[in-house]
Design a protein around this ligand. Structure first.
Ligand code: MN
Length: 242
């Protein structure tokens, strides 16, 4: 049975058809018959805290918890949009939380799992901000604000992110080859799976005399995107909006 990977769904009230596709997919026989479902970050456009009383988090928890109830483990690794997601929601959603950079052995092959943003070392400004906002102090400060203030803050951050992404050069928004090699050497793996860049592809290249793979899971803007990993190998496929 395959292990399934999704990332960068960026679920948001502004794109209801994508949320519906996510719900349909999680109820499908493909997911319910899988070895595991991995969500590699940016499941939502913005996560303001586990105490968010909006409808979307409830729908997500309902969909993922049903997968867990069907006996399929659901692993969640935070991305840059949802790193405030914590233990409370993980429990509601049936998630097993994974640290960025976890190695899981899939069909006998140790595989490094990342969201992917830490590999984009060319974007120095982003990496500086990332370090700041991932500290326990910063998280505590944000989560101490009212829900309303956090929603406003998230909207501002998204606007700033869009402005930054729009002005940054294409190349610095992609992963750095040196950072990829370092991460794979350190984890001692020949396969890396990540999202974040929205450039779905299976890259094969030489590293220290071995042929290795870097697989990028696609985003869910125009359609769904899934990576299937089984004993025969890896395959990316799209999910039509329908
Ligand atoms: Mn991301």
């Amino acid at each position: 049975m395959p292990s399934l990977f999704i990332a960068d769904l960026h679920l948001d009230d502004s794109r209801p058809r994508i949320t519906q596709l996510f719900e349909r997919y999680l109820a499908s026989t493909e997911v319910r018959g899988a070895d595991a479902l991995y969500i590699l970050g940016d499941l939502v456009e913005a996560w303001v805290g586990d105490d968010d009383d909006a409808e979307l988090p409830k729908r997500i928890a309902c969909a993922t918890h049903a997968v867990r109830e069907a006996g399929v483990p659901v692993y969640f690794m935070a991305g840059n949009r949802d790193f405030l997601l914590g233990e409370d929601f993980a429990q509601q959603a049936g998630f097993e939380l994974l640290e960025d950079g976890t190695v899981h052995t899939l069909h006998g092959r140790p595989t490094l799992l990342m969201h992917g943003d830490v590999l984009c070392t060319g974007d120095v400004g982003y990496q500086t901000v990332r370090k700041q906002v991932r500290t326990p102090e910063w998280k505590a400060q944000i989560l101490g604000m009212s829900l309303e203030a956090r929603r406003a803050f998230a909207a501002r951050s998204r606007a700033e992110s869009r402005a930054h992404t729009g002005s940054a050069m294409e190349t610095i928004m992609d992963v750095d080859a040196g950072a990829v090699a370092d991460a794979m050497r350190k984890a001692d793996v020949t396969r890396l799976i990540h999202g974040h860049t929205h450039r779905p592809a299976i890259h094969r290249f030489e590293l220290d005399g071995a042929t290795v793979e870097r697989i990028v899971v696609g985003d869910w803007y125009e359609q769904g995107s899934v990576l299937r990993v089984d004993a025969d190998g890896v395959a990316l496929h799209g999910l039509p909006l329908g």
